[in-house]
Design a protein around this ligand. Structure first.
Ligand SMILES: [Zn+2]
Length: 274
């Protein structure tokens, strides 16, 4: 079955080693990546694990990173980083909420044909329920772009359980109707009360299946993966932190066979306009 990984990361060759080392250190030894963070390594793993395409999720941790991220995305899309990357990698853009040219940059993304943005409230230092970011999200919705956003706990930020938990996502979606929002990590279920995430389902939210392998068989993760409607779940891994092949097996072991076409590629194709 054709598979699209809706949540993955890779970094420019000159930065990958340093980026992976610092993120690994920030987990305090709790997490070890399976890949080395480079594009070529990512492509090798996709081939090895039989995943045809991967949505690449860069994060603008400063306003000035909008340009380099967009240029890399366009270079990949146009084949400047190799035919294999052009075929397999679907790069998203990212904006920083404090970007002085935010609205112009969002229009640039929409005009480029890139369909979505990756955001991460901890790396970008904002909260989804802060009214000052609602205009950004309204503009994103008006432009028909989707948001693929980190949700819930982040192992690199052990003291934080705010900014992007199901509660903040709900406030955002109540204030920005029509926003297509994908909450990563099954909506950030880990560490929140059972069923907290179901509120965002009622608000039209999507989730991706990325979760740390050590959490796969926890009750709430299993309940969410088993019970959310199949047209609202996207297969995602968070590679290079999780092995794509093992993530495929986990999803296959939980969902009924008739749900898998939508989970593995149908929903992604709809959102990406493929
Ligand atoms: Zn991620």
């Amino acid at each position: 079955m054709f598979k699209i990984d809706f949540h993955s990361h890779n970094y420019p060759d000159r930065l990958a080693a340093r980026a992976m080392a610092s993120m690994t250190a920030s987990t305090g030894g709790l997490l070890w990546p399976v890949g080395d963070g480079t594009l070529s390594n990512h492509l090798d793993w996709l081939d090895r694990d039989g995943v045809e395409r991967a949505v690449m999720c860069p994060i603008a941790t400063k306003p000035g990173q909008f340009g380099p991220i967009l240029r890399t995305a366009l270079a990949i899309r146009e084949g400047a980083m190799g035919e294999r990357a052009r075929r397999k990698i679907i790069p998203l853009a990212s904006v920083h909420p404090l970007d002085p040219d935010l609205f112009v940059h969002l229009e640039t993304v929409a005009a480029s044909g890139i369909r979505g943005l990756k955001l991460h409230p901890y790396y970008q230092n904002f909260s989804l329920d802060d009214p000052s970011v609602f205009p950004m999200f309204r503009k994103i919705a008006d432009l028909g772009l989707f948001v693929q956003c980190h949700a819930g706990l982040d192992i690199g930020y052990p003291d934080r359980r705010d900014a992007c938990s199901p509660r903040e996502i709900a406030v955002l979606l109540e204030n920005v109707p029509g926003l297509t929002f994908i909450a990563a990590h099954l909506g950030g279920c880990a560490g929140f009360p059972p069923h907290a995430t179901d509120r965002i389902l009622d608000l039209g939210c999507y989730v991706d299946t990325s979760a740390l392998a050590k959490d796969w068989y926890k009750d709430e993760q299993m309940r969410l993966l088993r019970s959310w409607p199949r047209d609202r779940i996207l297969f995602g891994t968070d590679f290079p932190w999780v092995c794509c092949g093992e993530a495929v097996s986990w999803v296959r072991s939980v969902r009924a066979p008739e749900d898998l076409e939508l989970l593995f590629h149908g929903n992604a194709e709809r959102l990406l306009g493929l």
